[in-house]
Design a protein around this ligand. Structure first.
Ligand code: ADP
Ligand code: MG
Length: 344
């Protein structure tokens, strides 16, 4: 392959890595890097099921569509909630990546999947990727990919703990010798936090806000531990008493209160993983600590809270949103070395 003229290689080296996340889909092309990073949202025409948009353009339509259009998040909650829509979305993205140019060889694909996935769900994803044009599909557990992407030495006979907190799920895994020794997946992540904020504001102020508004509040003033300085955010929604639009100010203490339960569930998942770790690996963890990945791991003060709760060093990976795809990319580029890391 090395001696092919540049013009030709692009027709051959089109193997793809895909992080099919509940919130974001990221695609990596072998030897080229990340070529697509879009929200996992698709919009279709209700009557014909024709895809109108996917990614950012579809996300802008969420909650605002007329009856003739459906805009939705097909991967919501960590697995394929809607098989057909996931496939349509994937196909749309892959076509975009290929820029509609024809390739001589259909690509191989490595797709990251949640560790809690059932065999049936795994098959559904593999079928989706095949339908979307793959010649050969491999799957890799997301926490494994995240660990590789975060630069952990997964090939060592040493315990590494990775906690990937995404939109729909939190995956806690202990990895040693390129294999998952223990993993636990809970359906708790950034989406549930957004919903908790929506519920909180509704209960306390009779104000209905959208999940996207809640997400912005979470990112701006959400925190896992309260600081000394008060932070505020202005929110707009619909007053449930009058039915009219209304604006009010929310403090970080209120958002913190709304997030208490989702955060407690994440901490519990980490604790129970630690309790289930074989003793030899436990001592490795005491030394190496815990690595956090995934978009929600960026919630303010979450690292500090986890350190306090586990008494272990906790490190936030570089570029947490892209750990999984970076890992998949490394696997794709060094398939022989990482073959054991793929799911069987
Ligand atoms: P997935 O793998 O499920 O697609 P991601 O790892 O892409 O999820 O993370 C998406 C989640 O991260 C969303 O819920 C988003 O709101 C959240 N998120 C992104 N940035 C931040 C931040 N700075 N603070 C808190 N949450 C964040
Ligand atoms: Mg993810």
């Amino acid at each position: 392959m090395k001696f092919l003229p540049a013009v030709l290689t692009r027709y051959f080296s089109n193997d793809l890595g895909i992080d099919l996340g509940t919130a974001n889909t990221i695609i990596y092309v072998k030897n080229r890097g990340i070529v697509l990073d879009q929200p996992s949202v698709v919009a279709i025409k209700t009557s014909t099921h024709e895809v109108l948009a996917a990614g950012d353009r579809a996300k802008d339509m969420l909650g605002k569509t007329p009856e003739s259009i459906i805009a939705c998040r097909p991967m919501r909650d960590g697995v394929i909630a809607n098989y057909q829509l996931t496939e349509s979305m994937l196909r749309f993205f892959i076509k975009e990546v290929h820029n509609n140019r024809t390739t001589l060889v259909r690509p191989r694909m490595i797709v990251g999947v949640p560790s809690g996935i059932t065999q049936v769900e795994k098959r559904a994803i593999e079928d989706s990727a095949k339908q979307a044009g793959a010649r050969e599909v491999h799957t890799i557990m997301e926490p494994m990919a995240a660990a590789i992407g975060a630069g952990l030495n997964v090939e060592d006979p040493t315990g590494n703990m990775i906690v990937d907190i995404g939109g729909g799920t939190t995956e806690v895994a202990i990895i040693s010798l390129k294999d998952v020794v223990y993993c636990k997946s809970v359906r708790m992540g950034g989406d549930e936090m957004d919903r908790a904020i929506v519920q909180y504001v509704k209960r306390k102020y009779n104000l209905l806000i959208g999940e996207r508004t809640a997400e912005v509040i979470k990112i701006n003033i959400g925190t896992a531990m309260l600081g000394s300085e008060v932070q505020e955010a202005t929110i707009k929604g619909r007053d449930l008493m009058t039915g009219l639009p209304k604006t009010l100010t929310l403090t970080d203490a209120e958002v913190f209160e709304a997030l208490t339960e989702p955060i407690a569930i994440i901490i519990d998942a980490v604790r129970s993983a630690l309790e289930n770790t074989p003793p030899e690996l436990s001592s490795d963890l005491a030394e190496r600590g815990i690595t956090l990945a995934g978009g929600t791991s960026q919630l303010k003060n979450l690292t500090t809270l986890l350190e306090a709760e586990t008494k272990l060093p906790v490190r936030l990976a570089d570029d947490p949103l892209r750990c999984v795809i970076t890992g998949i990319g490394k696997v794709l580029d060094n398939l022989d070395f990482f073959r054991d890391a793929l799911m069987r």
